[in-house]
Design a protein around this ligand. Structure first.
Ligand SMILES: *Cc1c(COP(=O)(O)O)cnc(C)c1O
Length: 424
């Protein structure tokens, strides 16, 4: 089945007389007949549900759809994209370990790594995604456990060369984790280029209607943990909190996701509400139709914007003369990798703000990647603590506007941009 069909019919497969839409199992708990049946569940000896903090059938059906979309073997939903990034790393790392990460990642992920996980004793080395394989290789240490990158970075729009990073990771014997939020599996499937684990903020295009905050982790099943039993002892060696069970021995290719469920969800508890999983699934049913429209409209508008004399610059990887054009052609299905672009107004920060305040159809919100078009000014909003010099160092010019192109008629959006440009 193609990705388009899986968006609609992946995951929940109703049998005769069953509801066609995935049911919302609004239940924290599940009933059994004998004490032994329940004991086997606690020991991970038998499959089944017992407490929604660990697993819930609605969530599992939706995770199954996302696993199929990415071409993976298993997936788990989390309560946010942040939780997905946290768990993806904590499932492999503990205090004393080290991670190599692309420097061009979502600001929230950067803080999580550089501040919060660092406080827990996990060290990060950030590398320029444009770095040569030899430069990337220098970032590895004997205690490196994984590599992290973002397919299309939010907000910089930098495109990750997934194959280059996968090669670097595999040469060192560690997996590559890729945040694939912006393209979604409809436009890019990172496993096809060597990534081992994919994360998502399902909050964005997957939901697509700004109705829930959620995340997902998908495992390709391709990384052979048992080849490095010491490096990945958490997956290979006996887990004392489960009577000495080895995830790899007991669950094979499902090991990474079973550990994330049985260990991290059990202890940290970032499970989404089954109702949110239901909302996410509604979004997924039209993802393939929506994301292509987002990407096409963004390209139309980027081409129009760059011709406007008051616009200083436009950065969109879908533009034919983008430095990422070759990589976009190789890695993405279609001309554009997503519907988000950045641009600047001539005259700097003050003019960009005046322009944004003059928009009527396009709203100012702290969100991206949903049906309603929106803009954000990182220098005044997400990155407002930084000075102009610090902004420059972070790759965010003070005039930068992040523009998420929604599903409205692109001609109406162009008319709105036009009247706002006329006001400055
Ligand atoms: C929004 C976002 C996140 C974080 O997701 P939340 O659901 O807001 O926690 C992570 N990565 C990317 C690329 C994002 O855009």
């Amino acid at each position: 089945m193609t990705v388009d069909t899986l968006c609609v019919q992946g995951g929940w497969q109703p049998k005769k007389g069953e509801p066609r839409q995935v049911p919302v199992y609004a239940s924290t708990t599940f009933r059994y007949e004998t004490s032994e049946q329940m004991a086997d569940l606690f020991d991970l000896k038998a499959p089944g549900y017992f407490y929604t903090r660990l697993a819930n059938p609605t969530n599992d059906q939706v995770a199954k759809k996302i696993a199929a979309l990415e071409g993976g073997v298993a997936a788990i939903l989390t309560s946010s994209g942040q939780a997905a990034s946290t768990f993806a790393v904590l499932n492999l790392c503990q205090a004393g370990d080290h991670v190599v990460s692309s420097a061009q990642i979502y600001g929230g992920t950067f803080n999580l790594f550089a501040v919060s996980l660092k406080k827990l004793g996990i060290d990060f080395t950030f590398v320029d995604p444009e770095a040569s394989p030899a430069e990337i290789a220098k970032a590895f240490r004997p205690n490196t456990k994984c590599v992290f990158g973002e397919t299309v970075a939010n907000p910089s729009g930098v495109v990750l060369d997934i194959a280059k990073f996968a090669k670097a990771a595999h040469k060192f014997g560690v997996p590559l984790i890729v945040d694939n939020t912006f393209p979604t599996p409809v436009l890019c499937r990172p496993f096809e280029f060597g990534a081992d684990i994919v994360t998502h903020a399902t909050t964005k295009y997957m939901d697509g209607h700004s109705s829930q905050v959620g995340g997902c982790i998908v495992d390709s099943g391709n990384f052979d943990w048992s080849k490095y039993p010491e490096r990945f002892a958490g997956l290979v060696a006996p887990d004392e909190s489960y009577h000495g069970l080895s995830y790899v021995k007991s669950f094979g290719k499902q090991a990474y996701i079973v550990k994330a469920t049985a260990h991290l969800m059990r202890d940290f508890g970032s499970i989404p509400s089954p109702f949110n999983a239901f909302l996410l699934n509604l979004g997924l049913e039209s993802l393939h139709v929506r994301i292509r429209r987002h990407a096409e409209s963004a390209l139309t508008i980027a081409k129009w914007l760059r011709k406007q004399p008051k616009v200083a610059w436009v950065n969109f990887a879908g533009l034919p003369d983008s430095p990422y054009h070759k990589l976009v052609k190789k890695q993405f299905k279609g001309t554009s990798p997503c519907g988000v672009m950045t641009f600047g107004i001539k005259g700097g920060r003050a003019k960009s703000i005046k322009f944004m305040d003059s928009l009527k159809v396009i709203g100012i919100v702290t969100h991206v990647a949903d049906a309603w078009s929106c803009v954000l000014h990182p220098a005044s909003h997400t990155h407002r603590q930084l000075t102009d010099a610090q902004l420059k160092a972070a790759g965010i010019p003070p005039d930068l506007i992040r523009f998420s192109v929604g599903l409205e008629d692109p001609q109406d959006l162009i008319a709105d941009l036009k009247q706002a440009l006329a006001k400055i």
